[in-house]
Design a protein around this ligand. Structure first.
Ligand code: FAD
Ligand code: UDP
Length: 382
């Protein structure tokens, strides 16, 4: 049996798999098409301001998974960080996710929690029992006024379609709170790597049994030299897009530098459809333990992903669903390869879920290798 394992992609998925297999005594080659590790979580210091920037958009680590959190602590120093997001709508600034402050500000009231709950219940569309799409989900839970202010325009810009064409699950990610808790996430653990995400991933890959090659694109023929391939690139890309291209949104970032503090917070969303960008990220606020005279910000624009663009958000509308089924079927006919991570499984995955799935896949592989069982092509439902 050939002993070496090939891991395609050096994002969190690839790094966790490589590390887990290396610690179990296997030799692992990791190839990465970009010039850096950490995939879309890559961070680097801005040359002009010295601020640590999340190059592919703002990333906040949050999880309830104690093992994943402990694994992250092993590979670098983490600082406490709580994500608090604001939204500018019609020239006024509100608190997100929708909470008691947002509701009182927006309706110019001073309601207590029970009053606000009753007030919003009266605004909500109670004729909707089982929300079928994003718009229905919003109308049912926050009512038309808040939906139109905070969600409709933003979502049109982010996804390039009407919210009623999108699944309700996208909005289910965001809570509505009848207290003043403005923590964007519910999770027990939340933090920011002190020196950015890239050194964390680099430390994971720093193991004598791991060989990393950057600037190296995968060819299917490469797998012949290995006992197994873990592929974290795009699912359609593996098949040279033979069945067509799965739809993604890509992002354009417009950088600008200012003196001091530009917006007073890390992430400012823009709810109005006539503001062309979705949000502005001011990265120095992700590292409040650092001081910098200047500040660097990025306006974020979302658009359809072309052939030469980086795929960011999988769209998963009806057209993609059929193509996805066909690609999954083609993948399931293969042997000796596992598709894992956000691109290879065409799902929106937070970092902690990515890491959990990668851990489980690597352990699953080791168990199958022991028992002689078939290694699954997918470790998740798609
Ligand atoms: P990736 O990071 O995409 O890594 C895949 C790697 O494979 C890439 O480095 C790529 O270059 C390489 N590759 C692809 N094809 C090939 C090939 N053919 N040959 C060689 N190499 C190849 N998650 C959170 O938990 N919190 C957040 O706040 C958060 N914010 C986000 C904001 C944005 C704008 C986006 C888009 C995502 C965000 N995420 C966030 C999700 C997070 O980015 C993903 O969970 C994570 O990047 C997934 O890791 P991965 O290794 O599966 O994929
Ligand atoms: N959303 C919105 N208004 C906002 C923030 C989010 O309408 O101010 C919607 C939007 O459709 C987005 C979804 O809620 O895609 C999920 O938001 P989240 O902040 O989780 O987005 P992500 O982390 O994907 O950028």
């Amino acid at each position: 049996m050939k002993e070496k394992i090939l891991v395609v992609g050096a994002g969190f998925s690839g790094a966790v798999i490589a590390r887990t297999l290396a610690e179990a005594g296997l030799a692992v080659d990791v190839i990465e098409s970009r010039a850096h590790v950490a995939g879309n979580c890559h961070s680097a210091r801005d040359g002009e301001t010295g601020v640590m920037v999340h190059i592919y958009g703002p990333h906040i680590f949050h999880t309830d998974d104690a093992e994943v959190w402990a694994l992250m602590q092993r590979f670098g120093e983490w600082m406490p960080y709580t994500n608090r997001v604001k939204s500018t709508v019609d020239g006024r600034v509100y608190s997100l996710p929708v909470n008691l402050h947002t509701i009182n500000q927006f309706f110019d009231k001073a309601m207590r929690p029970d009053e606000a709950r009753a007030f919003i219940a009266a605004q909500a569309d109670n004729s909707i029992t089982e929300p079928q799409n994003f718009e229905e989900q919003a109308l049912k839970f926050v009512g038309r006024a808040l939906y139109e202010a905070f969600f409709k325009g933003y979502t049109q810009k982010q996804w390039g379609c009407e919210p009623r064409e999108l699944p309700a699950s996208i909005l289910k990610r965001l809570p509505v709170r009848f207290n003043y808790n403005d923590n964007y996430f519910f999770h027990q653990f939340q933090g920011m790597p002190k020196e950015g995400y890239t050194p964390i991933v680099a430390a994971m890959l720093d193991h004598p049994a791991i060989t990393l090659r950057l600037n190296t694109r995968f060819n299917r023929a490469d797998s012949a030299a290995y006992a197994h391939t873990f592929y974290t690139g795009p699912l359609d890309g593996y098949f040279d897009y033979q069945l067509g291209r799965l739809g993604y949104r890509t992002l354009d970032f417009e950088r600008f530098v200012a003196d001091g503090d530009y917006q007073g917070t890390a992430v400012m969303n823009y709810g109005n459809a006539d503001v062309p960008y979705t949000r502005i990220t001011e990265h120095k606020h992700f590292a409040p333990w650092e001081t910098h005279d200047k500040t660097v910000c990025y306006r974020e624009y979302s658009r359809a992903c072309g052939e030469d663009d980086l795929p960011y958000y999988p769209i998963r509308l009806t057209a993609e669903q059929q193509m996805l089924v066909d690609y999954v079927r083609a993948a399931q006919a293969l042997d000796g390869v596992t598709f894992i991570g956000r691109l290879a499984t065409y799902r929106y995955l937070d970092m902690d879920v990515t890491i959990r799935e990668a851990l489980d896949a690597a352990r699953g592989y080791l168990a199958a290798r022991e028992s002689g069982a078939q290694v699954p092509v997918f470790y998740c439902d798609i």
